[in-house]
Design a protein around this ligand. Sequence first.
Ligand SMILES: Nc1ncnc2c1ncn2[C@@H]1O[C@H](COP(=O)(O)OP(=O)(O)OP(=O)(O)O)[C@@H](O)[C@H]1O
Ligand SMILES: [Mg+2]
Length: 357
Amino acid sequence: MTDSRISELRLDHVSRGFGGVTALDGLDLTIRGGEFVALLGPSGCGKSTALNCLAGLLPLSEGSITLDERRIDTVPPEQRGFGMVFQNYALFPHMSVRANIGFGLRMARVAKAEARRRVDEALALVQLEDHAGKFPAQLSGGQQQRVAIARAIVLEPALVLMDEPLSNLDAKLRLEMRTEIKRIHQTLGLTTVYVTHDQEEALSLADRLVLLRQGRVQQVGTPEEVYSEPANRFVAGFMGYRNELELPVTSVTDKTVVLGDLTGTRREDLGEVAVAAIRPEDFTVGDGPNAMEVDVEVVEYQGREQAIQARTAEGGPLHLRAPTRLAPGDRVTVSVPPERVLVFAAESPAAPSGEAA
Ligand SMILES: Nc1ncnc2c1ncn2[C@@H]1O[C@H](COP(=O)(O)OP(=O)(O)OP(=O)(O)O)[C@@H](O)[C@H]1O
Ligand SMILES: [Mg+2]
């Protein structure tokens, strides 16, 4: 396939409202050519709205979108030349795999021989050569998904937009397809914007993550940045800082905060009560900094590790992970380094429960 690189896609204050609801509120983002950007956040935060604005399926209420110096936000979707993978695949049921993938090429009046060559290439890329003659109903979910991806990339688009493309797949297939999507992105030198509510998927795929809450950007950063230095309590909760201990502030010295027996790292200005956010995997079973005794209540087997729900002396629940064999009823000492205890103001918005991993 030919080189389909773009150099820069710029979103300036992109906003979209529905009646009185602001679904997307002033999104500023510059996407570099070849980049893989994930839009991440809980249900209703504006991810699909942002993607549909990029695709041209939704007009903007405010702001602009510029592709390589050219304003594109008023260009109709079919003229933007972007590839789109919808969550529900949206394959044509009465067309074979080959015809589905070749549809856009036929619409673009690409010569037959050339179209055939490009469909063959796309089929090979998604490893569906042996299924070219089948109809969508004769394919597994993962195979249908790959047809949708092939159909999106066969036109060699400047930009590929994917909206939760793996959400309907089982765990194994999801992992396989995740690798496949990354491989295709790299092989073709594509620029990809990928919507997901799955933090692990976003972390593993993206060069940069954009975290949204109620239509507003909370943080833009590399996987390492959002994972280890979440900008606020919401991002922390969403990125797996599952434990939130609400405690009175004893003292603050620059970045070091003491909350009773717990010492942590201050991430923002604090009032009298603060929230210490800690990831389960940052606890160590055994004595160390911030040592505390906990009672093990629930143990889940997870291969090399156990996921443990315990209770602190104060009665609060604590989630941790342990490589050793613990059992319900055990009393153990756990510890966590102060730099892995991130302290936020108690009044800061939290991630919705059930979303945090
Ligand atoms: N066509 C519409 N009419 C009215 N409100 C809408 C419309 N589409 C989206 N919204 C609202 O805009 C907000 C953002 O919706 P959006 O679909 O972008 O969320 P999302 O992040 O994609 O969520 P999900 O993870 O559930 O797909 C929500 O509050 C939603 O109710
Ligand atoms: Mg959505």
